[in-house]
Design a protein around this ligand. Structure first.
Ligand code: SF4
Ligand code: ZN
Length: 308
């Protein structure tokens, strides 16, 4: 068994992109230190008030919640609230929600659940049964963002933390480049500017690879739901995941390099694509570039399809 580079205890992992062997304690410290640094960089430690946490029950969101709870424990001026969105996916969401509930309970973090059915009137299972060309994830993402923003605002949150890890972030960067969607890339977040009606997002795990988030959960006995959404394989993101995994395998550090490149151009992007003036959706009041928000337009189209 190889030894930890820092203390000579048995190493539990080898970090390929840095060449370090780490034991359980030093691996956990390695993760915590980078999340703390990232939080500082994203300005979180300077603000007070309510921080909403998007917690699905999967490893990343649970690890994000546990880390924020640990890092911000002494901060009596901050209040953490977890939000779980129930998209209505049988055999998947009820199980993960249970994990979110248990973790919130053990950390004494208030847990709020809101469902697609009550918020937008349709579940993901119902959407998947309609014969539509678009992948179910396109609806899911738009509806989830709306639910999270609405609930975070209702809680008076000034930040909304998500469990986005380094792999997710690198995939989004590459995907937007490949599509030439630079305006979308400029909005990737974390959000520095506040736009009326939108709770700015922070991404504490954006520098942590997915495998490290998984290992952190295992080594720290954190309970999480390990299942996969039945609709996930239809997602376009899967292609980019494959490409990035191959690149990382051949050249360790590729994901970090993509993130660094993005960070290096993000202020130039923000200047070229400043946040647009937002209107309020005439139907639901949520912020939108148009008169009716994307979620409301999607619901209207889905209703038409169902009534055909
Ligand atoms: Fe929603 Fe797609 Fe994620 Fe499933 S994989 S929860 S459908 S976004
Ligand atoms: Zn709307």
């Amino acid at each position: 068994m190889l030894q930890c580079d820092r203390c000579k205890m048995d190493a539990v992992t080898f970090i390929r992109y840095s060449g370090a062997h780490l034991c359980r304690r030093h691996f956990s410290e390695f993760v915590e230190k980078r999340v703390k640094k990232e939080l500082r960089k994203q300005g979180e430690l300077r603000s007070d008030g309510v921080v909403a946490l998007a917690v699905s029950g999967g490893k990343d969101s649970i690890v994000m919640m546990r880390l924020l709870h640990k890092i911000l424990e002494e901060r009596k001026d901050l209040e953490l609230h977890a939000i779980t969105v129930d998209e209505g996916i049988e055999g998947y969401r009820p199980e993960s929600m249970e994990m979110a509930r248990n973790n919130c309970k053990s950390l004494a973090i208030p847990h709020h659940v809101l469902g697609f059915k009550e918020m937008v009137g349709i579940t993901m299972d119902e959407i998947s049964r309609l014969s539509i060309q678009t992948t179910p994830c396109s609806y899911c993402g738009v509806f989830r963002r709306k639910c999270l923003n609405m609930k975070a605002k209702e809680l008076g949150a000034n930040k909304l933390a998500t469990g986005l890890n380094l792999d997710d972030t690198a995939q989004s960067i590459l995907m937007n480049f490949a599509r030439g969607d630079i305006a979308k890339m400029a909005r990737l977040g974390p959000h520095e500017r506040v736009q009326e009606g939108l709770v700015p997002r922070i991404q504490p795990l954006r520098v942590i690879p997915e495998k490290e988030s998984y290992l952190y959960a295992l080594l720290n006995n954190i309970e999480f739901y390990d299942g996969e959404c039945p609709y996930s394989e239809r997602a376009l993101r899967g292609k980019y995941r494959k490409i990035i995994n191959e690149l990382e395998n051949d050249t360790p550090g590729t994901r970090h390099a993509l993130l660094r490149s993005y960070d290096a151009i993000s202020s130039a992007l923000a200047k070229s694509f400043p946040p647009a003036q937002l209107n309020r959706c005439s139907n639901c009041g949520e912020p939108t570039l148009n008169t009716v928000c994307k979620a409301c337009c999607m619901v209207r189209d889905l209703n038409r399809m169902m009534n055909k």
